[in-house]
Design a protein around this ligand. Structure first.
Ligand code: FMN
Length: 179
């Protein structure tokens, strides 16, 4: 069962859940992949409701969202099994089927072809309307050093110059998955 909602009524829940990790889900053909995101924005541009997700170049999610142009944002409404965050935040869909491995339950969306995930019931359905590679010359040195070091493995997550792309998803639907 799904209950349609106004995404902005739940903006606080989305933002408060982000530091612990929410999910960004994509689908190519029959394969659904999901990854943890900790950064994002919900708001308005061009008069449209928008969720902006920041995806590093190396993520399989980047390939998938580029191929298909849609994603869902999946937000927990209670505590989630930390193993889900661990696997979805460290393993790549290039190497494994995370949904299958974790036994996550997919639920068809109303508008986009990418499903929601029952275990993360608050769902935003997004269609990419704009994307932008972050402009290195506009990023402060301190942030460049911390998040995009030139020396492999020098930052906290072992990343190198693996930049983020901002994907602006128009929120074309939003729902809560209920039992
Ligand atoms: C708490 C947390 C937040 C994260 N936030 C992001 C993010 O906002 N953007 C990003 O590109 N990767 C982020 N990651 C890393 C990805 O989730 C991770 O690299 C994932 O394995 C990529 O999966 P994929 O290759 O299937 O896309 C985060 C990881 C964790 C644990």
């Amino acid at each position: 069962m799904k209950k349609e909602i106004n995404a902005f009524d739940y903006a606080g829940e989305v933002c408060k859940a982000m530091p612990k990790g929410i999910l960004m889900t994509t689908k190519n053909g029959e394969f659904t992949n999901t990854m943890v995101i900790g950064w994002g924005h919900i708001g308005i541009e061009w008069g449209k409701p928008i969720f902006v997700a920041y995806v590093r170049e190396s993520r399989h999610t980047k390939t998938m969202v580029e191929n298909q142009g849609e994603f869902t944002v999946n937000v927990p409404t209670c505590d989630v099994d930390s193993n889900i965050i661990k696997i979805c935040g460290t393993k790549s869909g290039r190497d494994m089927d995370k949904i299958k491995e974790l036994g996550l339950h997919l639920v068809d969306s109303n508008v986009v072809s990418v499903p929601g995930i029952k275990e993360f019931p608050l769902t935003l359905e997004c269609k990419v309307i704009y994307k932008q590679k972050q402009d290195l010359s506009a990023i402060p040195e301190e942030i460049l050093k911390r998040y995009y070091p030139e020396i492999p493995g020098a930052d906290f997550a072992g990343e190198t110059r693996d930049f983020h792309y901002a994907y602006y998803g128009e929120i074309v639907g939003a729902y809560l998955i209920e039992d």
